[in-house]
Design a protein around this ligand. Sequence first.
Ligand code: PHE
Length: 449
Amino acid sequence: MTEKRAHFATRLGAIATTVGSAVGLGNIWRFPYEAGVNGGGAFLLIDLFFVFVIGIPVVCAEFIIGRNTGLNIRGAFKKLAPGKSWALIGYMGILASILILSFYSVVAGWTLEYLRLSIVGFGAENSVDSFHSRFDTFATSDISPVICTLLFLFINYVIVIRGVQRGIEKMSNIMMPILFILLVVFCINSLMLPGASQGLSFLFNPDFSKVTPSVMIGAMGQAFFSLSLGLGCLITYSSYFKKDTPLLKTAGIMASIDTMVAILAGIIIFPAVFTFGMEPAAGPRLVFEILPSIFTQLPGSTIWSILFFFLLFLASLSSTISMSEISIAYLVDEFDMSRRKATTIIISIAMVLGVLCALSFGSLSVVTVFGLTFFNLFDYISSNILLPIGGMFISIFVGYVLDRRIVKKELSPKSSRRELTGMRLVILCLRYIAPICIAAVFLYSLGIF
Ligand code: PHE
């Protein structure tokens, strides 16, 4: 086992890196598409409930485990609860991280293609229909999406192999603020579109008649996915935190920024959806058809488009780096493997599965398991099932099993009133609210409740 662990150089670095993991395609691509499919406002409201009432405490729980042990996900549970089956959470997280890495890289590959198209030009036709058929032609072909997926995973490989500090931290620090500014600019533009009020009402007016078991489970999955939560990613990252990084504050800042970015993406997308007469429930393709249509309306559209897809690519990269880190840290710590070998193994597996996901829109679109293509299946199993179950067990572990002195040392080192109140709220949620709510959503979705 490695004795000395690298640390993020600064406190800001710790925040920037966790935000880098959280903010990515989950906010800009997955949130609008899921909200579109699941009826808009009600989905957003349930998502917010899960982020702030359950997400933040479970983020804290992962931070406590990670920083206290300074170990990878499986090693951490082994150290805190030796000989018990809690380490199974670790295996579940590793499985989830590889499944997510596989389908996520496909969409990240699409951003590479759209970056290329932004540079060479989308062609003479700029109608919404033309963006629709362009996406179709690209995504259903069997070559380009596969190449883009593999290229993306290769770039991820090269960066991950260089280790923690140099690669990840520097990049996150620079690119997140730029992406944020760009989103604000697009947001202002969308608010001036003729369909703005319709779009905003879709996103912010909850229609509770649309709440079904699948909306509940989708919103819970989205909250976990977007916060990179429930699979040990934050355990792994916080194992690199310094002792003076304030955990509750970091969790709060991370969740707030993450949610803000998703809402910004919604404000960009839905006014445009209604302006261009598109279907909000278009699915995974939604953002890739709407955004280019928005860009063509802006003066200097090429520059905006290049900048946006480049930053989206970087945001995806900082997320996939964090996913890869879960299983790599595990192999390196537990098997004394070299970083190079561990990275090669994990990325090779992701490449094989990633190809299956990339072909899910083309020649493998007819191959389905439980009615889902590989792409949708990997997303569903990981986001909607594995992450919430992982989150439930992590809350139970920290709420009931872990020595309370460790929780106190990590969450409230100074024992100030504020820290103690925060800690009590977190514990209340970890013991009762989170496990009960997560279990209730599962029972509800199984039709038992
Ligand atoms: N949270 C990331 C996003 O929103 C995705 C992710 C999931 C990253 C799980 C790491 C682990 O894009």
